[in-house]
Write a protein that binds this ligand. Structure first.
Ligand code: NAI
Length: 707
């Protein structure tokens, strides 16, 4: 027996305990250990039944994700596990699987091979493979419909979301919930069923439904998946696999599942999603800030400005249990800000996200104010007033005066220089940028902007704060637009150029949405408000380089009062529900303006649209990386996936470029450079890596990244 699995006995019941901390992953050695224990139990007449349980804090929480990357065909996890699962099921003595913590992925598949399952009330069950671009590969799609029914099996395998013990009991996944000691409860259950014929999950067919009903379930699932998980391979394959369970004998169903699983395992999508999984962990590591760096406890906070962002940030803090003072300059504006927060909470209650009591508790954590009186105690202040250097400096001077020593003073600025803001205080080491994304209570990304004086403690605390708020913090340097918006500039520039050169507004958005972006770049502009960029451009006009082409159509639209959704018209027109429709008038205006400007219009392919927009992102990303404003390429990927609607299954812009091949990307950018001039100058790092035949990921590893 391996030391990962122990066999003991209690009252004539064998107990197999899996001990592979931290999560009892099914690493090599675990299946072998269970198999060996089963052999011993079979030959021991004193043992009447078996309990299979996890040691430590959980049952088997899944496969070792690192293993997926290493798998080669023929030696997959599923293929390795399947014989063990049959052996458990064929065991003459009943096997009772006792579950606490989580039975996810391979753990769920293992549990389903038992004859019975008992669970702690807090246990969770799920097949989350789809989140890594995979499907269950050890008969999960075959046994789950036999236990929980076809509809629920489809739902669980397609969404990857878990069910709790109570629901699992209702569904028939679990036979009993054990209150108190799980092992004792499992042994008691084992004593009840010992000696009786044990049901094999694979032989059960009472929940497999009939052909007519199933056809409706599968077609409805395919339709929803096409809409909600657009472009994703794994959810579709999961449906195919469950369908196989309803149409074929178990053994054939397993073979079908295996084929579909391997197809997913070798897909670019799965590799990308696994990259995203590891990258999210990687971004928390900051090379010059050790893990044991002191983190300042945040017991209370204040937010300055109760507008769009301030209100959302106050909610994010309150949602995480942090009391927050919310300051405005004017009673009417403050009232409006609080009313918006109240209605956001009411909407969440209406949608069933949480109870009215929870909403009330959260709301109570937010104290509106017009003064700085309550600022002297708070551990953290986040400023979210209008975007303007003079005003920000004014506010930070006040904060320096009213805040206690050691309090973190953070700005939510999206474009301004953090060092200049910090210079308004006597404690620049306490000043940092926390750049939330709109709506701040929903969007996961926070760019943590490190100023030249920001202390390591302050950086570590803000990274931790992002986690506390249920968000992902990514450390970025202090350059204009930081990382996300700096890259978004060239991306949206190209979208507008393409329109000016003859691509339709809808064609541009469609091409990028077909690529997988949550929204096209022009529709995104309408959502955020075209006037925002217009105002910034007007402010920085004196910095424009003479003779360099600038997009101009968006400014013209703004001059006509077409600011986007908020004015009912922008690139598109909008009804009262803010539903977009193409506006032929815009098409005509563009043609006229472009004619006057002497820009020739031509036919533009979807490939040119995606190449120009996405490679503009990549080229700027490479510059940012080279200049050190992002730590690693994967930091940029996480920013784009969580803040800009970049499809996770493409792995982020830099990973996407790696998958295309940097040589190809470089060649195409060089072609654009020849056609469109200096704005397409290839980034030196991109050129270097292309010539060396390397990827951004390899470059990151050379610099010390581990993802
Ligand atoms: P907003 O215009 O909705 O809100 C700003 C609020 O600050 C207003 O309610 C104003 O009355 C208040 N205010 C001004 N001076 C104040 C003072 N001295 N004390 C207290 N309150 C004061 O603006 P929004 O969109 O919320 O932007 C705030 C900041 O967040 C800006 O720096 C912006 O660049 C940044 N940001 C905005 C994003 C967005 O999508 N709107 C995204 C990320 C960052």
């Amino acid at each position: 027996m391996t030391d990962l699995v122990q066999l003991t006995s209690d009252n004539g019941i064998a107990v197999i305990t899996i001990n592979n901390p931290p999560v009892n992953a099914l690493s090599p050695g675990v299946p072998e250990g269970i198999s060996e224990a089963l052999d011993r139990i079979a030959h021991d007449d004193a043992l009447k039944a078996t309990v299979l349980i996890g040691g430590g804090r959980t049952f088997v929480a899944g496969a070792d994700i690192k293993e997926f990357g290493k798998m080669t065909s023929g030696k997959t996890r599923g293929a390795g596990l399947l014989p063990l699962l049959l052996k458990i099921e064929d065991s003459a003595k009943p096997v009772i699987v006792a579950i606490h913590g989580t039975a996810f992925g391979g753990g769920m598949e293992l549990a389903m091979a038992g004859h019975y399952r008992v669970a702690a009330a807090t246990a969770q069950f799920g097949q989350p493979e789809v989140k890594l671009g995979l499907i269950p590969g050890a008969a999960g799609t075959q046994r789950l419909p036999r236990l929980a029914g076809v509809m629920k099996a489809v739902e669980m395998c397609v969404s990857g979301n878990p069910v709790n013990a109570e629901e699992a009991l209702k569904l028939g996944i679990v036979n009993r919930i054990v209150e108190g000691d799980l092992l004792a409860g499992a042994i008691a259950f084992a004593l009840e069923v010992a000696g009786k014929p044990a049901p094999k999950t694979r032989e059960r067919d009472e929940k497999l439904g009939n052909a007519t009903e199933n056809a409706l379930i599968f077609s409805a699932a395919r339709e929803t998946t096409a809409k909600k998980q657009r472009g994703l391979l794994a959810p579709v394959r999961a449906i195919d696999a469950v369908e196989a369970a309803t149409k074929m004998p178990f053994e054939d169903g397993c073979k079908a599942e295996q084929k579909l699983f391997i197809g997913c395992l070798f897909s670019e999508q799965s590799k990308s999603l696994i990259h995203v999984f590891f990258s999210e962990r990687e971004v928390a590591k900051i090379p010059d800030i050790p893990r044991q760096t002191n983190v300042i406890p945040i017991h209370s906070a204040a937010v300055v400005g109760a507008g769009t962002m301030g209100g959302g940030i106050a909610m994010a803090l309150a949602n995480a249990g942090i009391p927050v003072v919310l300051k405005e300059t004017d009673q009417a504006v403050l009232d409006r800000g609080i009313a918006t927060i109240r209605s956001n909470y009411a909407n969440s209650v209406k949608r069933g996200r949480f109870s009215p009591q929870v909403a009330e508790e959260r709301l109570k954590r937010i104290t509106p104010t017009l003064t700085y009186d309550d600022f002297s105690d708070v551990d953290l202040v986040i400023e979210a007033v209008f975007e303007g250097m003079a005003l920000k400096k004014e506010v930070f001077k006040d904060l320096d005066r009213v805040s206690k020593p050691g309090a973190i003073l953070a700005s939510n600025t999206s474009t301004l220089n953090i060092d200049e803001i910090a210079s308004a205080t006597s404690r620049p080491d306490s000043v940092i940028g926390t750049h939330f994304f709109s709506p701040a209570n929903v969007m996961r990304l926070v760019e943590i902007v490190r100023g030249k004086a920001s202390s390591k403690e302050v950086v570590a605390t803000c990274m931790q704060l992002a986690k506390t708020l249920g968000k992902v913090g990514v450390l970025v340097g202090n350059c204009r637009g930081f990382v996300g918006n700096r890259m978004f500039g060239p991306y949206r520039r190209e979208a507008q150029f393409l329109v000016e050169e003859g691509a339709g507004v809808e064609a541009v958005d469609q091409a990028l949405s077909d690529f997988g972006m949550a929204m096209g770049p022009l529709a995104t502009g309408d959502l955020a408000g075209l006037d925002v960029g217009w105002r910034i451009r007007k402010e920085y006009r004196h910095l424009e380089v003479p003779g360099v082409r600038q997009p101009f159509v968006e400014d013209r639209l703004c001059e006509l009062g077409r600011y986007g959704q908020k004015t009912g018209a922008g690139w598109y027109k909008y009804d009262d529900q803010r539903r977009a429709a193409p506006d032929p008038a815009v098409g005509e205006l563009i043609r006229k303006w472009v004619d006057e400007a002497g820009i020739g219009q031509r036919e533009i392919s979807p490939t040119e649209i995606t190449d120009r927009c996405l490679y503009a992102l990549v080229n700027e990303g490479a510059r940012i990386l080279e200049e050190g404003f992002a730590l690693r390429a994967c930091d940029i990927d996480i920013i784009y996936i969580n803040g800009y609607g970049f499809p996770a299954h493409r792995g982020g812009p830099m990973w996407y470029a790696d998958t295309v091949g940097l040589k190809r990307v470089y060649d195409r950018i060089s072609e654009f450079h020849r056609q469109h001039g200096e704005i397409w100058q290839p980034a030196p790092l991109l050129k270097q890596l292309a010539e060396q035949g390397k990827t951004f990921a390899e470059f990151g590893r050379e610099q010390g990244a581990t993802a």
